[in-house]
Design a protein around this ligand. Sequence first.
Ligand SMILES: Cc1ncc(COP(=O)(O)O)c(C=O)c1O
Length: 433
Amino acid sequence: MNPSSLSERDQQVIWHPYTQHQQSEPPIPIVRGEAALLYDDAGNAYIDAISSWWVNIHGHAHPYIADKIYQQALALEHVIFTGFTHEPAVQLAERLLKILPGDFKKMFYSDNGSTAVEVALKMAIQYWRNKEQPKRNKILAFRHAYHGDTFGSMSVSGRGLFTDAFQDFLFDVLFIDTPDGENKDQLNAFIRSRADEIACFIYEPLLQAAGGMRIYEAAGLDALLKTAKENQILCIADEVLTGFGRTGTFFASASLTHTADIICLSKGITGGTMALGATACTGDIFDAFLSDDRKKTFFHGHSYTANPIACAAGLASLDLLQKRTCIEQIQVITKRNANFLKETLIKIDPDLIMNPRTIGTVLAFELKSNRHEYVNLVGSYIRQEAIKQGIYLRPLGNTVYIMPPYCISPVQLEKIHQFLLSLPRLIRKNEQG
Ligand SMILES: Cc1ncc(COP(=O)(O)O)c(C=O)c1O
């Protein structure tokens, strides 16, 4: 390796997220992006099949968003968001509140998905305290959920490898299974039996993403939301991933009859260009914080709350998302994934490709292996093989999935599908070797 290469300089000074540096390959230096492609310093192109950790929806370096960011940076790059306000923050809230599925009245900004969740949890807990019902202090969440990496968001996430080291520091949460068509009565009975203690119920609507791209049924979730609402439990929809078109509709909650009291947004909110989190709540929740008693204030804020450049990027991304072309792109990917699954993937090698499934622009399946230890390594093996073929994938253990930017071309999507079809052959060859 050239001693002055970016990879080598990186390895001297950088600690990467979710990376075991003792085993990992040197990172690939990316110098530019265009639409669904990323280019490295040697000119190699990679199709970004997972939208750079699920954030990028309109493609990389989109000129329309880039221009709006530039214009905003020239006018106002940042300003403290207490005592001051600005047009991009207000306009983005106005536009989002209009399209969010629910009766949301106020928007609270932060700067990533985990903080959007922290804000939601703190709002819900303090809501009950402000209402002088402090006994409502438990949180209900789904097993296998993933809500982020800060302590609050880790606490409400499924416990496992990611949270193990911190187990003693996580607060108690009531965990239930996701609805599966058979456990509805049992889950509803559990909620009713503990209702007096439960402040809020947090869920990823329809799709548990980092927990393994688990798709679950809308009707079952709706029934749980109904029970929660009948028992005054605040419902928190974590749409950090599912928001902005991922599951086919603008927001996954739009497929449900019962709407949330709080909704968490991030990732696609800026089209994947700037860090921004947003938590919207109903008027009832906001009103519970209005008081002459200072203790009822929501004491939460981040230095970059409602950063004007991020909000301007959010507005630009929303402009693109609401265009007919983008809505059609989402429909085309949804249809192509569904056809690919039904006509080819499901038949290719059922012994190896398990539980293929799709929702909106997401397609996933598990890879089976005869060699147990290999299951854990299969993800990194596939990632390396994909890179050789100009595709960026990042399986979750043995769960292989794709989640491309909406602007991906049919040819690029086909190339990813063909790669997925080649996996049984690759895996068998590797297991024999
Ligand atoms: C549903 C959900 N909530 C919250 C988060 C955390 O977001 P961030 O990584 O921006 O902190 C994620 C990230 O993957 C997520 O998928």
